[in-house]
Design a protein around this ligand. Sequence first.
Ligand code: BTN
Length: 318
Amino acid sequence: MLKSKILELLFSSESSVSGEEIANRAGVSRNAVWKAVRELREEGFSITASTNKGYEVSKENKRLCAEQIRTMEPRLSPVCFETVDSTNKIAKEMALQGAEEYKLVVARTQSAGRGRLGRKFFSYNGGLYLSLVLRPKIKPQDTILITTAAAVAAAEAIERFSKRKAQIKWVNDIYVDNKKVCGILTEGAFDAESGELQSVVLGVGINMLKCDFPEEIRDIADGLLDEKSLTSQQIAELIVDFCKSFMELYVNLEAREFIRLYRERSWLTGKTVEYIKDGLSKKGKVLGIDDNAALVVESEGEELHLTSGEVTINHKYE
Ligand code: BTN
């Protein structure tokens, strides 16, 4: 608690904070402050102390912490971990226990990252894994609007972070230079009696750094930057940029204004794709995205609006 209070005071202050002021505000002795600062340094926080001025925290730490994120966006209620099994799993448990909207779970690696359709999500040290708890007042069938708004926000944030053009592969993958750099998994919890949405957990995994991807995804996955590591400030900025962009779209979700932005970034439009219908593999040409974020495909003279599932590109049609 004391360490968190110290981080909060240091991150929210423009200048140094004296040991005496921290001690007074936290209701502890100056010696307790000194010991807590020493522990924080051991944990990877770069905190300088000068005799006349007091303590100052660098924004470029090895460790990312909740206080650094919250100072940049106070609507968020973050918890940060180095490693977890899955941030979505943790956020879902927190939501069940009553976590408020915008509770945010962040991790630097995941041992059991979850992808769509029951797949694993490769979660290496060089990626960013976050899950946001939402309490939307929407119909269950409109959950796709959360996923698609998140895809727009992720593409925008990734583009600003990497200075590379980001596109969206329907429904929720972000592509840069024709390779996947980010995946999104939205999971809802429903009230058993009313069938109403109780909470939604929005999970986003971003491959921030290049890496030696496992054989099975090497051809389709990529990382954004060539750097070997990132500072806590760079990571916090990406998190906050994504969350702010998302929240702006989310508060006005049902107006569907973001669909225009989604269309502009649609990677599949104009491409020939394969999809599964009634258990059969079919192919068709993607005409675009409709107002409900469904994929519009022309196949055998018919126009279909796909609302779920997965479509794949077969390069022999290109
Ligand atoms: C996909 O591409 O299939 C979706 C991947 C979603 C991965 C994110 S990483 C953060 C959150 N926690 C998880 O276990 N999964 C999501």
